[in-house]
Ligand binder design. Structure first.
Ligand code: BGC
Length: 422
């Protein structure tokens, strides 16, 4: 028990007859926070453990509500059923336009008082704070900034095959051929819809560039969706697919990362939560592995911001504990330690990055420069760009394409256009 609570408790013993003491003791003993998330891999679990620690330091109890499954699709299904049954958790990992959808249901708490006390408006980039608010009030708190358009490469595998790490999709093909000829796996991938779309998203950005990406995946522009650029992006996906091993079906993303870590595969196209796995395995960037933008995407940045929506609470101690959770997430100490483990960069502006590695420093520099050059775009595969229904329909198209060798790129592009119209 912390000293201040001890004092509060003993004051209550003395003044046992005074009203309000019971309540004071209850608040002092802390409340419970039940937090739904899908952070279950090695790097993710190490990161979320830091949040639990900070809450416990504030005297609150952490009730873990982890629902395994990269990308969070299963977690979202579970969340819906909990809310429908009238029993929402304190907070849940929900992102982008999904935040607005939940707020429209009228089930979220207004956390403006915490945000004002913490000067969130001054500490968050405008693109972030606007997504965290519904009708001008904060209903969610952001955790980090992930960059999705990364390629993770094992230089020793490239060396064995006499191949160079690619910066374009044409160079990728040359390198991947050499790696395959050397009897090694070129691309570590897991055949799950969100991973298929994560890969396709980076390919599409590399093939079409940021302004086409913005039109297609953010504005859902029919011409951009059903364009020759989209067809070329699917052609490129078909080419890349040749270099994925036959056991990829339903492989978890962190197991694919492990293939690169262990030297069983040359590269993975994945957001920088993959770096959390390299970090957890004690690997050092620049030596054991290399982080590079996915081919053709240097200077562009697909952002993916993790955040927690806060559900309305009835109980006083739950409201206080929820405020503690929101405060803790924006605390500079948490922003540093969490993001060091998670592979992302702090979302809070003005943080010292001295303890961060080169991949994080590059990410931070490109987050700013891409924003100035209009090459900062939201990741649609990670819920940031379009309503969940459109995203789901696009996932179906990309995964059908991956699983149907006879499906043409032209049909896939037409499918993306239909998915954009839902
Ligand atoms: C989340 C990350 C998470 C990843 C894999 C992404 O959608 O933003 O925080 O690590 O999925 O589960």
């Amino acid at each position: 028990m912390k000293l201040t609570w001890k004092l509060a408790a003993s004051a209550c013993v003395v003044a046992a007859a005074l009203s309000g003491c019971e309540r004071q003791e209850e608040a002092a003993a802390g409340g419970e926070v039940e937090v739904l998330h899908w952070w279950t891999s090695g790097g993710e679990a190490a990161s979320v453990a830091e949040l639990k620690k900070m809450l416990e330091e504030k005297g609150d109890t952490w009730k873990d509500f982890a629902v395994a499954g990269g990308g969070g699709e299963t977690a979202m299904t579970v969340l819906k059923s909990r809310v429908v049954s009238g029993n929402p958790p304190t907070a849940a990992q929900v992102k982008g336009p999904g935040i607005q959808e939940w707020a429209r249901e009228g089930v979220l708490a207004n956390i403006d008082s915490v945000a004002q006390a913490g000067n969130w408006d001054g500490l968050l980039p405008g693109v972030v704070s606007s997504v965290m608010k519904y009708e001008g009030n904060y209903v969610a708190v952001p955790v980090n900034v992930h960059r999705v358009n990364w390629m993770w490469a094992n230089p020793a595998v490239f060396e064995k095959a006499g191949a160079s790490i690619p910066t374009t999709w044409a160079e990728f093909q040359t390198a991947a051929d050499k790696i395959q000829k050397a009897g090694l796996i070129a691309v570590a991938h897991g055949g799950q819809p969100w991973q298929d779309s994560t890969l396709f998203e980076s390919i599409a950005l590399g093939v079409g560039g940021a302004s086409w990406y913005q039109k297609a995946f953010v504005e859902l522009d029919q011409v951009a969706l059903n364009s020759s650029t989209m067809i070329e992006a699917f052609d490129t996906l078909r080419m890349v697919q040749k270099y994925i091993d036959k056991d990829a079906a339903n492989r978890d993303w962190n197991l694919a990362t492990a293939m690169v870590i262990n030297g069983d595969a040359a590269m993975q196209f994945m957001g920088d939560w993959a770096k959390g796995e390299f970090t957890a395995a004690g690997k050092v960037p620049g030596t054991d592995y290399v982080c590079m933008p996915a081919p053709g995407t240097a200077g562009s940045f697909t952002f993916n911001i993790d955040s927690f929506i806060m559900f309305e609470q009835k109980d006083e101690s739950a409201i206080t504990a929820q405020a503690h959770l929101a405060e803790a997430i924006m605390d500079p100490k948490f922003q540093e330690i969490f993001n060091l483990n998670k592979g992302s960069i702090p979302v809070r502006l003005g943080m010292d990055l001295a303890k961060f590695d080169q991949c994080a420093k590059d990410s931070s520099a490109e987050f700013s420069s891409s924003s100035q050059e209009k090459k900062l775009v939201p990741s649609w595969a990670h819920e940031m760009a379009m309503p969940p229904a459109n995203k789901g329909a696009m996932f179906d198209v990309v995964t059908a394409f991956m699983n149907t060798p006879g499906m043409s790129s032209k049909d896939a592009a037409a499918g993306m256009a239909s998915a954009g119209k839902i």
